[in-house]
Design a protein around this ligand. Structure first.
Ligand SMILES: Cc1cc2nc3c(=O)[nH]c(=O)nc-3n(C[C@H](O)[C@H](O)[C@H](O)COP(=O)(O)O)c2cc1C
Length: 205
């Protein structure tokens, strides 16, 4: 018989650390750039991030509290997602620092800002993939009683995708080639994806 630790989250987890984000892991990172209406560049990582639809491509990140990225996305209707890789892990982490609203987080992290084609927020230079997005919904999340919580899900449609051609092999995107990083649990755990993690399994007919 498996000996399960059972807990009801509303009553506490009874462990040293809340295991949720170590269990729902590793999570892709939404390295999100936005711009304020008066032109201040903003860049921040969000690991409550994923893709939610294929056609049209919808991606989203979830903010604990109303952060600058959410406010800029609301005010301008735009954001850019940048793929975080092992080469830029430290820079990505640096962009999570709490800084004044008027600080340019590209400059603070020593990152080059590349202009986008269809939206105003810049792209992260050196990141091998960037998606230019138009905001489709900003959803304030609710608990089971239907009470609003201080968590906002920002969804956007990818209107332009930039892919470093070096990541393509005969027109097929090679996930591990960029060495993407993903977030584990605890204060500091990350995973790096390499070819060693790959296995193949086809869907049943
Ligand atoms: C890897 C990583 C993942 C993070 N994921 C989230 C997240 O999913 N939601 C969130 O609210 N904050 C998250 N944070 C913290 C934000 O990046 C941090 O609060 C940042 O200052 C927000 O910037 P902004 O106010 O410019 O949007 C994460 C930080 C790191 C380093």
């Amino acid at each position: 018989m498996t000996d399960f630790h059972f807990y009801e989250p509303a009553k506490g987890h009874g462990l040293k650390h809340n295991p949720l984000n170590a269990i729902v892991a590793p999570r892709p990172i939404g390295w999100v750039s936005t711009v304020s209406p008066d032109g201040v560049r903003n860049l921040a990582p969000y690991s409550f991030f994923n893709a939610f639809a294929y056609v049209p491509p919808l991606i989203g990140f979830s903010s604990q509290g109303w952060k600058d990225s959410v406010e800029n996305a609301r005010a301008t209707g735009e954001f850019v997602w940048n793929l975080a890789t092992r080469d830029q892990a430290e820079a990505m982490n640096a962009t999570s620092a709490t800084v004044p609203h008027d600080a340019d987080e590209f400059a603070l992290a020593g990152l080059e800002a590349l202009p986008s084609r269809l939206v105003r927020p810049d792209r992260v230079g050196g990141s091998p993939v960037q998606f230019e997005c138009k905001v489709t919904q900003i959803v304030q999340l609710e608990d089971k009683q239907g009470s609003a919580i201080a968590q906002w899900l920002v969804l956007g449609e990818v209107v332009g995708a930039h892919i470093d051609r070096a990541m393509l092999e005969d027109g097929v995107y090679q996930t591990a080639r960029a060495r993407p990083i993903l977030r584990g649990g605890g204060p500091a755990d990350y995973f790096e994806i390499t070819d060693a993690a790959l296995f193949k399994m086809s869907r049943p007919a």
